[in-house]
Design a protein around this ligand. Structure first.
Ligand code: PLP
Length: 451
């Protein structure tokens, strides 16, 4: 194989990376990952790196599962591709739809497949508007989302996103998308109790609905626990109040389960963890543990029957791709039969919670919050005041991320929050290693942060 420096130079010369500053890449070079096993990555220099992010929140089952390779190989030989347009179907798509209907809560029993979370959320925009058109209320076009949300990068899903700056690039959003604030008590709660703050943030939804006119609102979309926005664990009062509001005004609730789904929060879906009954769930990532690209919208029988009353002019060549569907099905079988979701809820999740929350004792950590296996810490120069660093948000977070990386731990930063989302198969020993490396990296970053 070619030397690392040569690969880095070629990478910088020809490869445009998502969400990466070109100049930075040219100066430092990308870290090149060559193989992976369980929770561990190996890079081109032979370093073993503990993956505290499960790739991009997706390798729930861990790396290197031969069963998934075998299911892909079998399906590739048998039927590598066929479409599900018009009136054709195939076994992997049928079986995966059946399995998702079994796993999904409430009456969510139909699946529209896509290849990614972005595509699935684009589907959702058209689904909810088409739903209301078919019900004779075509003026219901408004979709309410939240600031600081990430729902994908395509034009539609990027419009749902609420990361200021990032999502405006390239002329987004499309019309009729509106945003309300996120329930981030630690940073934005001020003097309010966490309970009152949760209610107040939920009521922003009601205020927005009333401002737009309830008859014009199609849907509200949110993650049960906001992930890429920095793992913002909502106050307990938040979701019950949101549920009341969406029911009262009869608007559709879309739960984006792209990160929260498939065991991440200790249940099959984050909706179950926070106690909501969505009309549509977006799924991707953990559906196949990232081994192949697949996503989808799981919709209620009501939505399916209204849409099914006409023709939904929407679809992707790879909707229900047989190889990706076969791999997803095998992934779900393993997650279930090996009790991985249950273990997150009852055993390794509580263990990780105890260890992770102990990071709040670090002098630079304000809060440490975790649900199942998605958690974040807020970095602060002054815990008592819940203060932010004076430097641009993200400067200290970036430092921490770099220190983690140097200590062979992948942790991401979002502004000055550090986040984890390890493979769900992480062992207690690996959790100990993760926490020890995080602590060491925080110590190192703190020295530099103060300079
Ligand atoms: N929704 C959420 C909550 C996500 O976190 C992501 C990706 O991180 C997406 C949607 C977009 O998924 P994809 O990158 O597969 O298009």
């Amino acid at each position: 194989t070619r030397p690392t420096a040569e690969l880095q130079a070629l990478d910088a010369a020809h490869h445009m990376h998502p969400f990466t500053h070109g100049a930075e890449l040219g100066q430092k070079g990308a870290r090149i990952i060559t193989s992976a096993d369980g929770c561990w990555l190996t890079d081109s220099e032979g370093n073993r790196i503990l993956d505290g992010m499960a790739g991009l929140w997706c390798v729930n089952i861990g790396y290197g599962r031969q069963e998934l390779v075998d299911s892909a190989t079998r399906q590739m030989s048998e039927l590598p591709f066929y479409n599900t347009f018009f009136q054709t179907s195939h076994l992997p798509a049928i079986q995966l739809a059946e399995r998702l209907a079994q796993l999904a809560p409430g009456d969510l029993d139909h699946v529209f497949f896509a290849s990614s979370g972005s595509e699935a959320n684009d589907t959702n925009i058209r689904l909810v508007r088409t739903y209301w058109e078919m019900k004779g209320e075509p003026q219901r076009r408004a979709i309410i989302s939240r600031w600081n949300a990430y729902h994908g990068s395509s034009v539609g899903s990027g419009s749902l996103g609420g990361m200021k700056g990032m999502h405006a690039q390239g002329g987004l959003p499309i019309p009729d998308i509106h945003h309300i604030d996120q329930p981030n008590w630690w940073s934005e709660g001020g003097e309010m109790s966490e309970h009152d703050f949760g209610i107040a943030r939920a009521r922003q939804l009601e205020e927005k609905i009333l401002e737009l006119g309830p008859e014009n609102v199609a849907a509200f979309i949110a993650e049960p626990v906001q992930g890429a926005g920095g793992v913002i664990v909502p106050p307990e009062s938040y979701w019950p109040e949101v549920s009341r509001i969406v029911k009262e005004y009869g608007i559709l609730l879309i739960a984006d389960e792209v990160i929260c789904g498939f065991g991440r929060t200790g249940n099959w879906f984050g909706s179950q963890t926070v106690g909501i009954e969505p009309d549509i769930m977006t799924v991707a990532k953990g559906l196949s543990s990232g081994y192949l690209p697949i996503g989808g919208s799981i919709v209620s029988s009501d939505v399916a029957s209204v849409i099914g009353g006409g023709e939904f002019n929407h679809g992707y060549t790879y909707s229900g791709h047989p190889v990706a569907a076969a791999v997803a099905l095998e992934n779900l079988r393993l997650l279930d039969e090996e009790g991985i979701v249950t273990r997150v809820r009852e055993e390794t999740g509580p263990y990780l919670k105890e260890k992770f929350e102990s990071l709040a004792e670090h002098p630079m950590v304000g809060e440490a919050k975790i649900v199942g296996m998605m958690g974040s810490i807020a970095l602060t120069p002054d815990k008592a005041r819940r203060a932010a660093f004076k430097a641009d948000a993200g400067t200290v977070g970036y430092l921490c991320r770099e220190r983690c990386f140097a200590n062979n731990l992948v942790m991401r930063h979002v502004g000055d929050r550090m986040i984890i989302s390890p493979p769900l198969v992480i062992s207690k020993e690996e959790i100990d290693a993760l926490i020890a490396r995080a602590w060491k990296s925080l110590d190192e970053a703190m020295v530099e942060a103060k300079e």
